[in-house]
Design a protein around this ligand. Structure first.
Ligand code: FES
Length: 110
């Protein structure tokens, strides 16, 4: 489909899901995951204030730099301090993310 990318999301049970994400709707990765009906808590609704949308990036994609709010939130919880750890609500869906692979972080299902 034009203007749609596929992202691969591994859930907390280790099952990989294909997530279809439109690139022309100004969505975040968190919102795309929700639209595909995968479990992701995302308590604050995308404000970089809860970390329950945490994902671990498993592919070599070039993601946008973290803004201060995202860095601060990831610094606060040691469980999130692993390589590739990001807040999915702070990652905009763009064509460059085609084929991105992420795993849901432990906090997404609490
Ligand atoms: S949804 Fe709360 S930090 Fe992303």
């Amino acid at each position: 489909m034009e203007n749609t990318i596929t992202v691969y999301v591994t859930d907390l049970n280790g099952v990989e899901h294909e997530v279809m994400a439109p690139t022309d709707m100004n969505l975040s990765l968190m919102e795309a995951i929700r639209l595909n009906e995968l479990q992701i808590k995302a308590t604050c609704g995308g404000m970089a204030m809860c970390a329950t949308c945490n994902v671990i990036v498993n592919s070599d994609h070039q993601l946008p730099e973290m803004k201060e709010a995202e860095e601060d939130m990831l610094d606060e919880a040691f469980v999130l301090d692993v390589e590739g750890s990001r807040l999915s609500c702070q990652i905009p869906i763009t064509p460059e993310l085609e084929g991105l692979k992420v795993s849901l972080g432990a906090l997404t299902g609490e």
